[in-house]
Design a protein around this ligand. Structure first.
Ligand SMILES: C[S@@+](CC[C@H](N)C(=O)[O-])C[C@H]1O[C@@H](n2cnc3c(N)ncnc32)[C@H](O)[C@@H]1O
Length: 174
């Protein structure tokens, strides 16, 4: 399954109205999610590169769903500090070295019935030669341990693109 198709299914599963994305790039995933939102739904997407943000905004302006999307430019760690939530769906797809920080912040911002998606979680295949030294791989390994011990959540690994971990709240809580 292609990732935009997967993301659309996740928006439906979460019955999402408010979506947060870390990592806009050219806007493909933000637009796919926006297409599945109701007319009053919103996608806030964070992008560090102003040129890419501008490219994505141009793309959104050509879509009837683009008005649902707001691009926030800057390092996501700073942008996340300015957001309040709750979000029904959060998709983390940038800056893998900081995934542990993003996980904790996303858990603060996620609705009780929300869905958190972490892309690139098939960390050991990112660069097998550097395994053990690559900080991105180490971050994924550390986060995997943290999530496995987090009694608040249930995690389900999906073999989509670089491996997406789907996090939902445990039905019986911690
Ligand atoms: C893998 S791409 C996102 C792809 C997009 N989600 C999609 O599927 O269409 C990652 C993006 O995150 C941006 N990025 C990298 N580090 C970032 C950071 N610290 N804060 C915000 N965006 C960042 C990159 O510039 C890049 O555009």
């Amino acid at each position: 399954m292609k990732e935009p198709t997967f993301l659309k299914a996740m928006v439906q599963k979460a019955q999402a109205r408010q979506v947060l994305e870390i990592g806009t790039f050219d806007g493909t995933s933000a637009l796919a999610m926006a297409e599945m939102l109701p007319a009053d739904g919103t996608v806030i997407t964070c992008e560090i590169n102003p040129g890419l943000a501008s490219l994505a905004r141009k793309r959104f302006s050509r879509s009837p769903h683009g008005r649902k999307i707001e691009v926030l430019v800057g390092p996501a760690s700073a942008t996340l500090g300015s957001l309040t939530g709750p979000f029904d769906l959060i998709f983390i797809d940038a800056d893998t070295e900081n995934y542990v920080h993003y996980y904790y912040r996303a858990m603060d911002l996620l609705a009780q019935t929300g869905v958190l998606l972490l892309d690139n979680m098939r960390g050991i295949t990112l660069d097998p030669v550097d395994h053990g030294r690559d900080p991105a791989v180490r971050a994924i390994e550390e986060l995997s341990r943290i999530i496995a011990a987090d009694t608040r959540v249930v995690a389900d690994f999906k073999a989509v693109r670089d491996g997406v971990l789907v996090i939902t709240m445990a039905p019986d809580g911690p």
